[in-house]
Design a protein around this ligand. Sequence first.
Ligand SMILES: [Zn+2]
Length: 283
Amino acid sequence: MSTSLDHVLISRSPLVDPAPVVVDSPHSGTDYPPDFSYICDLQSLRQAEDTHVDRLVADAPSCGAWWLAALFPRSYIDPNRSVSDMDPGLLDGLWPEAEVFRERAQLGQGLIRSIGRPGEPVYGRKLKLNEVRHRVAHYYQPYHEALTALVDEVRARFGVVYLLDCHSMPSLGQPADPEGEGPGADFVLGDRDGTTCAGDFTALVEETLTARGYSVARNDPYKGVEIVRRYGKPHRNRHALQLEINRALYMNERTFEKTPGFESLQADLTHLIATLCTFARSG
Ligand SMILES: [Zn+2]
């Protein structure tokens, strides 16, 4: 079954014997809403996308997993941030939820992105509170409502749920230093230092990828943000792991085009999800 929610998201159910596995891609959307009104170069804004990640893991339903992807760009509003992770300087009023500690907003990468390339502001004006409220109500919340419904349904039906939250990372640079060194690995697994899932889930993903010849790091430089934090409650049999995929494996990072490596990586990720489904069914 395929369902779409306006221009917000698309989801698919398992096509074979279901397993308690949900695969989501919150950052691969490329439908730029007409009211975005950014002033920076679109190419620099697109650097924030996890382009093609939805397609890399699109065979999840054929393995027995649920699949969910956002259609809107994360630079418009980011489902992998908390509503409090907001730069107050972006707004023409007070954001009641804003916290003193803003995990990513201080880097220009909060709920609403403020920086394209380093030093290049996304907007030439302050955003109205109502604009941001609209983005929360019509994009951010529906994504989380859909993901919550899936995770809750699977957990109720099977007694356990495994969420694989899929992203991509630039081959060069890191969040705090966009022009510095790259992540130094093909994949980075983020379980917020072992707090968002059982260790055997992280170990299974690491071993499966390593056996296919990839280099895998844990929690450095990406430990997972809002989605694994919100959905990962291992003591309640809710396990969430963030998977960061190095873009150099499958795309030209300047033109956004797929490279010949895309197909073999896609096959390896399908193998990973099938392996995870087998593990989850037996658990
Ligand atoms: Zn991402």
